[in-house]
Design a protein around this ligand. Structure first.
Ligand code: NAP
Length: 258
């Protein structure tokens, strides 16, 4: 039986734009109370405004500006979200594609920042919301990954991104096994090539620095192969209705009807 999303609260990171915003809109359309997290308060307010235009009551929307790269801000954000009540659904969507460029020139501090946002923040937020989910006997954690994990050689000069997303998927599958039978599911989602600011940012980088990545991303955009954030979010939400855990969901294998 599909869960009653109207009784649930979802925390969506990176909800200020792109795929995260579309997931937040989709969850709110299903009746879920949503907590929107990202750094840029103005973009969170835009998402919040779009939700209110769709008829979502202001009391069912919370906005939490925070930098997930910063351990202190992460802890404060998690504490303030949980002070308002249990999180039933956590969508770890925020990520950075930086640093890009030849691996020989990547500084350790930039690599650390990528792991901080793409791996450590999702793991830490999950640990923060898990006690409430375990007590309730129900919870959904979704970690937004990338198809690059299936073919890491396809993103030359994006070593940090490919490696962090692979780490995120291993974390996901391992934790799902640890939590088997608890009612808390943990899955990863590969959203496809989606027309967002992240894609635009990559196209705007110096081709000298990012090499073939520039050509590939520019070509995908020019050929119209990118999907909309709404399309990708709908496929994710269709998966979320099920009880599967430890899965690597992909937009191209979405359940029928999406
Ligand atoms: N677009 C694609 O084709 C594609 C393909 C495969 C996987 N993905 C994955 O899908 C997810 C969403 O990507 P997108 O394309 O929608 O990206 P996007 O348009 O760049 O949006 C990223 C969101 O994450 C937030 N964010 C980034 N760094 C953050 C930080 N340090 N602290 C808090 N929030 C942060 C951003 O807001 P602020 O900048 O305001 O913080 C923004 O709201 C990512 O996990 C990405 O790796 C995307």
């Amino acid at each position: 039986m599909a869960p009653d999303f109207t009784t649930k609260t979802a925390l969506i990171t990176g909800a200020g734009r792109g795929i995260g915003r579309a997931i937040a809109l989709g969850l709110a359309d299903a009746g879920t109370r949503v907590v929107l997290l990202a750094r840029t308060a103005g973009q969170l307010e835009e998402t919040s405004g779009q939700l209110r235009e769709r008829g979502v009551p202001a009391g069912r929307i919370s906005v939490v500006p925070a930098d997930l790269a910063d351990e202190g801000q992460r802890a404060l954000a998690a504490a303030s979200v949980l002070a308002a009540g249990r999180v039933d659904i956590l969508v770890n969507n925020a990520a950075t594609v930086e640093p890009l460029g030849p691996t020989i020139g990547i500084q350790a501090r930039d690599l650390r920042a990528a792991y901080e946002v793409n791996v450590i923040a999702p793991a830490e937020l999950t640990a923060a919301v898990l006690p409430g989910m375990l007590t309730a006997g129900w919870g959904r954690v979704v970690n937004i990954s990338s198809g690059i994990v299936a073919s890491p050689a396809g993103m030359i000069r994006g070593n940090a991104y490919a490696a962090t997303k692979a780490a995120l998927e291993a974390h996901t599958v391992n934790l799902a096994a640890e939590l088997a039978g608890t009612g808390v599911t943990v899955n990863a989602y590969r959203p496809g090539g989606v027309d967002t600011a992240m894609q635009a940012w990559i196209r705007g980088q110096d081709p000298e620095r990012i090499g073939r990545l520039h050509e590939r991303f520019t070509k995908n955009y020019a050929e119209g192969t990118l999907i909309t954030p709404e399309h990708s979010a709908a496929a994710l939400l269709a998966h979320l209705a099920g009880d599967g855990t430890g899965g690597i969901w992909d937009v191209s294998t979405a359940p029928a009807g999406t």
